[in-house]
Design a protein around this ligand. Structure first.
Ligand code: C2E
Ligand code: MG
Ligand code: MG
Length: 590
């Protein structure tokens, strides 16, 4: 340790002047020694003029002769608390202060092995033209702050790192791999993005406490597959991410992904409920799938999207063509938004014919996109994307308003059927308001509007959906179950709401070489409809043979190319006119 309060005696005037000054004021010396900071003064040649007692303890400087002049570098190098790099930084700070004739303030990290220490350094210019440097160890404060930050970067529900912390870890791991060359060998850090399948349904049907408990169990199961060094984080509602460094040894990522799908796919018992969900995973690895963390994450995200598209509860590795597909999707998305603004959509109408009276009783409104370059685009080519990006909501609103207006110009006995996407049921209140407004603005009586929904609508948000369906029914609006037989076809859905009509999907009408089987299904559905008081309509009738079969099975009405393809609005009048003509002709003949 430095033995005493300097002044260190020396040859030059400056030093003896300060020494005298300090020695001449013992009370000042006592005060400086009593300070909590290690403190020293030096001249522009970095020779030390004075150091307080605390400096020795703060910097862990060994005892040395008090009778020898010392330089700042010499004193610092004797410090057991500072590493060579830290000594270098202190010296640079002092020299910078001298060069700028000013002061300096910084925190000097001392990183050696696992232990990190931090010293607050302050260099100030004194009135007499010398400089004073003070040192204070702030490791405790620093670690407390760091752990507070760490804490704030964790998800309170699962205790896992959050998105922010995951990004930091990913950035650091990728930078480190790029630096030490691991990434060059083709096996750098990997990112696995994990998305839970059917989580939303659990949350909606069993409630948030069960949803929360489920997320905690998922986090626990994920932790169980980790090696030390892997980072697992919750980065969104039901999204998790895993960072897998190639250290201590490279991992078989396919094996790992499979294991996670397996582990998360096992049943969960929560509050007496047996809960089943799945997990889809997208995998990307540096440097093959990207260098920076944002590139690797984007690749993993594209791979996840692919996994979800290919049936869920599976995993996909990133492939370059996924990028091309994503670009095409993005282009279509931009195009769709533009089309909505420029009103490039139109509705075509396909007649529905009553089999008892052979008269047109209504039309189904079918959406078309009149694309400036691609011509008339069918809904199958853009509705799934519109649903995914939420554009189906404004688009569906336009469809409903437009269809109600068109129907007011038809004979009073004819109704209009409008397809409503399951996504429009996410906000049931908005949907109910929309229908009320469309009827009011157009003046169409409620009973002339029919809403077609598919079975999937009833699978989610059950209570809210049923309430909405009853509100619509209260306005007189009729309800049809579309594409019946293709989805879950749970009979309980037909009991859960009194639909007015069941639309038998065209796959049961089309000739598939199994006429007997198809007829049996149609017969069963019409019988079911009849016993529940619901009308039945067969879709996709193209030939008179199909029509004869359907008539024989007791369907109420039909729709199909045999009568007419969907036509633009300005051809509806002609169609009604021609149909009435044909009917009266056949009546006259018959
Ligand atoms: P969907 O509601 O089942 O409509 C019936 C589809 O069958 C229509 O296809 C129609 O053109 C087609 N079709 C009718 N008769 C025949 C036939 O005899 N043979 C064959 N092969 N097909 C026939 P489209 O217009 O391409 O619509 C496809 C689907 O797109 C619709 O199925 C519906 O689910 C959806 N869609 C159409 N318009 C809208 C809309 O405004 N909103 C929403 N959310 N979905 C819509
Ligand atoms: Mg339909
Ligand atoms: Mg249909």
């Amino acid at each position: 340790m430095l033995s005493s309060c300097l002044p260190l005696p020396g040859p030059d005037m400056e030093r003896s002047a300060l020494g005298e000054q300090a020695c001449a004021a013992p009370h000042l010396r006592a005060a400086l020694n009593g300070m909590g900071l290690g403190l020293l003064t030096f001249n522009r040649s970095l020779e030390i003029l004075f150091a307080n007692d605390r400096l020795a303890t703060t910097l862990e400087i060994p005892p040395m002769a008090a009778d020898r002049a010392m330089s700042l570098p010499e004193v610092l190098e004797g410090s057991a608390a500072l590493t060579a790099a830290a000594v270098q930084r202190v010296q640079e700070a002092c020299l910078a202060a001298i060069a700028a004739s000013g002061g300096h303030r910084s925190t000097i990290p001392v990183l050696s092995g696992q232990a990190s220490r931090f010293f607050a350094l302050e260099v100030a210019r004194l009135d007499d033209g010398h400089w004073m440097a003070s040192f204070e160890e702030v490791t405790a404060r620093h670690t407390a702050e760091a752990s507070a930050i760490e804490l704030a970067m964790h998800d309170p529900l699962t205790g896992l790192p959050n998105r922010e912390l995951f990004h930091r870890r990913a950035v650091a791991a990728l930078a480190e791999a790029a630096q030490d060359g691991t990434a060059q060998d083709g096996a750098g850090p990997a990112v696995l993005l994990i998305d839970l399948d059917r989580f939303k349904a659990v949350n909606d049907t069993l409630g948030h406490p069960v949803g929360d408990a489920l997320l905690r169990l998922v986090a626990k199961r994920l932790r169980s597959v980790l090696r030390s060094g892997d980072v697992v984080a919750r980065i969104g509602g039901d999204e998790f991410a895993l960072l897998v460094p190639p250290i201590p040894e490279p991992v078989d990522l396919a094996q790992l992904a499979k294991r996670i799908v397996d582990v998360l796919g096992r049943s969960y018992l929560i509050d007496g409920h047996l809960v089943n969900i799945g997990a889809s995973i997208g995998v990307a690895q540096a440097p093959r799938d990207g260098h920076g963390h944002s590139q690797v994450l984007r690749s993993a995200d594209l791979a996840l999207y692919h996994a979800k598209q290919s049936g869920r509860s599976t995993w996909s590795f990133f492939e370059p063509q996924m990028d091309a597909r994503a670009l095409a999707r993005r282009a279509l998305e931009i195009d769709l938004r533009r089309a909505l603004a420029l009103r490039e959509f139109e509705l075509h109408y396909q007649p529905q014919v009553d089999l008892g009276t052979n008269a047109i009783v209504g039309f189904e409104a079918l959406l078309r996109w009149r694309h400036p370059g691609r011509g008339l685009v069918p809904p199958a080519d853009f509705i799934p994307l519109a649903e995914e990006i939420g554009l189906i909501v404004p688009l569906g609103e336009w469809v409903l308003r437009e269809a109600c207006c068109a129907a007011t110009r038809w004979p009073p006995g004819m109704s209009v059927a409008v397809n409503v996407s399951p996504h429009q049921f996410a906000d049931t209140a908005r949907l109910v308001r929309l229908v009320a407004k469309s009827l009011e603005a157009s003046g169409l009586p409620g009973h002339r509007l029919e809403i077609e929904i598919t079975e999937s609508v009833l699978l989610r948000h059950e209570q809210a959906v049923l309430t909405a369906l009853h509100s619509l029914r209260a306005m007189g609006v009729r309800m049809a179950m579309d594409d019946f037989g293709t989805g879950y076809s749970s009979l309980s859905q037909l009991y859960s709401f009194p639909f007015d009509k069941i639309k038998i999907d065209r796959s049961f009408v089309r000739d598939r070489g199994d006429a007997a089987g198809q007829a049996a299904i149609i017969r069963a559905i019409t019988a079911l409809g009849a016993s529940l008081g619901m009308a039945t309509i067969a879709e996709g009738v193209e030939t008179s043979e199909q029509l004869a079969r359907i008539r024989a099975e007791g369907c109420t009405s039909v729709q199909g190319y045999l009568f007419s393809r969907p036509v633009p609005v300005d051809q509806v009048d002609r169609l009604i006119f021609e149909f009435a003509g044909r009917r009266s002709a056949s009546n006259t003949v018959g």
